[in-house]
Design a protein. Structure first.
Length: 93
């Protein structure tokens, strides 16, 4: 894998900060897959299922501005990483 993906957000350095609607995960990085996406006024609402570790199978709901210009259907099934620091979650392609 060369690291470049056609399905990555248009600007991968774009502020991908998101606030979870559920209690925060512990600080760290979590491999996940996008299982639901819906356009909203404040960004794209995403449901991400964690795919490994102690939280495998947990679903995190968040709203991200990073994918605001994307068709939400095109996001379904994409792998991502959830980076948790304090009470903030960043979604990275």
């Amino acid at each position: 894998m060369d690291g470049a993906r056609d399905d990555a957000p248009d600007d991968a350095s774009h502020d991908a900060s998101a606030h979870a609607s559920e209690p925060a995960l512990g600080e760290g990085r979590y491999d996940a897959v996008i299982v639901d996406a819906e356009t909203r006024d404040d960004g794209v609402a995403l449901s991400c299922a964690i795919t490994s570790g102690d939280h495998r199978g947990d679903v995190v709901d968040l709203v991200s501005r990073a994918f605001g210009t994307r068709d939400p259907i095109a996001l379904l099934g994409l792998p991502c990483t959830l980076a948790v620091a304090g009470d903030e979650i960043r979604i990275e392609p």
